[in-house]
Design a binder for this molecule. Structure first.
Ligand code: FAD
Ligand code: AMP
Length: 479
């Protein structure tokens, strides 16, 4: 029998590593088990987010955006850069360097905070025991008063489109292309599909996105989603809605894809295909046979609002439990659970979790849409401001997009904010903070914003809620 801990965390993604650091900071003897083997053959921390998710995708999005700017937009600003080209291999090593720095950084934070790092696959052997199988196959049993499962998620594979190394890939494979495919297919126009499609579109691929649903970004307010679709189309993303992929077959160095749309069965050919049809909770091998931790009907570990499983002392956080599959949601849950274990009161507000699509411009939102409000019978008033009327957006050469504030018609309380625009992912924090503090649209309207900033569009949208926008003609009459 090895050491005994107050807390053992299984998984060192943003749910697990944050929980472990917080628990250790609160004086709990904490260990974190991780099995992910990185490119250099050693165990790495950071999970999906740092290794194959948020960070590497943003490194490629930033590089490819800069490339587009240099190639197409600099001229208008008077910058002559006639021979701009992209070295994909160099872009990839830049991305790999960031991943290495960050994953190594988590290992450093574990040491600094006194978290014991255990390498291997962890399994809940009982409500108070974790069995770890090392990469040499040796098993060790650890005792723990509390266990936090943070095992994350993996890409969904669908039978019609089996993965074929280097040709038909999931999001992880799409972060590793060593050259720009000429014709690229993307199945699924969700957040990850749009981001990866954008990267390769910017670098010169002809990108076709096949999306089974009729609606584009249905979780985003409809007017903002519509505007986004138009902008992305203009950039060259061919987004086909109502197109359900039924098969893919690698023939030589091509991938033949069949799909059905309103006109029946269609066939198209790509050089590479990315399958981005969502992610599923990863619970394989995490719970020993005979340990009765309940899963829900979709395979997520069943938890209450405070991430408690049905087994006392065992918690689960992040992508392996209900709720949006987002790194910051996982981290917040990790912090909440560590606080609860340490005896503090803690809860999470699931109504104010922001979402961002890191396309250009970015799409970001928090809270409800106008359509949801209507469906729920909530009477709302709405203010919207186009970046085309923003001085800073003009100076930035980034005038596409709109900021929209949705407020309760009676109380003026902000219920949602939806933005498509440059830096929308940064601006949305204002909506999150406003909603956390129960602010009204008037509170934002009465706030002094620095000029010139992109955020002034949020200010104007808040003013527009009551027809008081300054820098555009108001549709509503002033009160
Ligand atoms: P994970 O990050 O998946 O970590 C789980 C960890 O547990 C892994 O390291 C795994 O190896 C380990 N593990 C599993 N089982 C065991 C076991 N038995 N023993 C030991 N270790 C185990 N989210 C955002 O918020 N913003 C973004 O911009 C964003 N972009 C993304 C882009 C892509 C391409 C992808 C794929 C995802 C993106 N996400 C983004 C989602 C984000 O990565 C996840 O929501 C987040 O990583 C979930 O954190 P987690 O800790 O729950 O799980
Ligand atoms: P997300 O869950 O946000 O990552 O998005 C995944 C997207 O893939 C969803 O919008 C699904 O509708 C879409 N999708 C799933 N299966 C298929 C399929 N066979 N063909 C086309 N799109 C699909």
């Amino acid at each position: 029998m090895a050491d005994k801990f107050d807390v053992i965390v299984i998984g060192a993604g943003p749910g697990g590593y944050v929980a472990a650091i917080r628990a250790a900071q609160l004086g709990l003897k904490t260990a974190c088990v991780e099995k992910w083997v990185g490119k250099e053959g050693n165990v790495v921390h950071g999970g999906t987010c740092l290794n194959v998710g948020c960070i590497p995708s943003k490194a490629l999005l930033e590089a490819s955006h800069k490339f587009v700017e240099a190639k197409h937009d600099f001229d208008e600003l008077g910058i002559q850069a006639p021979d701009v080209s992209m070295d994909v291999t160099k872009m990839m090593s830049h991305k790999d360097k960031i991943v290495k720095n960050l994953t190594g950084g988590i290992s450093g934070l574990f040491k600094a905070n006194g978290v014991t790092s255990i390498e291997g696959a962890g399994k809940v052997a009982s409500g108070k025991q974790v069995e770890v199988t090392g990469h040499d196959g040796k098993t060790t049993m650890y005792d723990a008063d509390n266990i936090i499962i943070a095992a994350g998620s993996v890409p969904i594979e669908i039978p019609p489109t089996p993965l074929v190394e280097g040709m038909v890939v999931d999001s992880t494979g799409a972060l590793e292309f060593q050259e720009t495919p000429k014709r690229l297919g993307v199945i699924g126009a969700g957040i990850i599909g749009l981001e990866l499609g954008s990267v390769w579109n910017r670098l010169g691929s002809e990108v076709t996105m096949l999306e089974a649903m009729d609606d584009f970004l249905p979780m985003v307010d409809a007017s903002i989603a519509k505007e986004t679709q138009k902008i992305l189309k203009k950039q060259g993303l061919d987004i086909k809605l109502n197109a359900r992929v039924t098969s893919s077959e690698v023939k030589g160095d091509e991938v033949v894809v069949k799909y059905t749309d309103a006109n029946g069965e269609q066939e198209t050919t790509f050089d590479k295909l990315i399958v981005c049809v969502g992610r599923r909770p990863y619970t394989k091998g995490v719970i020993a046979d005979g340990v009765s931790i309940e899963l829900d009907e979709r395979g997520f570990i069943f938890v209450d609002d405070q991430c408690r499983t049905n087994l006392p002392g065992v918690y689960a956080v992040g992508d392996c439990v209900r709720g949006p599959m987002l790194a910051h949601k996982a981290s917040e849950e990790g912090i909440m659970v560590a606080d609860i274990i340490a005896g503090h009161k803690a809860e999470m507000n699931y109504d104010t979790i922001p979402n961002v699509v890191y396309t250009f411009p970015e799409v970001a939102w928090v809270g409800i849409t106008e359509q949801e409000a209507k469906a729920k019978g909530i009477d709302v008033k709405v203010g919207a401001f186009p970046f085309a009327a923003s001085g800073r957006a003009m100076a930035n050469n980034a005038t596409e997009g709109t900021a929209k504030v949705i407020a309760d018609a009676e109380t003026d309380r902000i219920l949602g904010m939806h933005i498509v625009g440059q830096h929308a992912g940064e601006m949305i924090a204002q909506g999150v903070i406003a909603m956390e503090f129960g602010s009204s649209a008037e509170d934002l309207a009465l706030t002094c914003y620095a000029h010139p900033t992109m955020s002034e569009a949020v200010h104007e949208a808040a003013l527009a809620v009551d027809g008081h926008a300054i820098h555009m003609a108001n549709r509503k009459k002033r009160k």
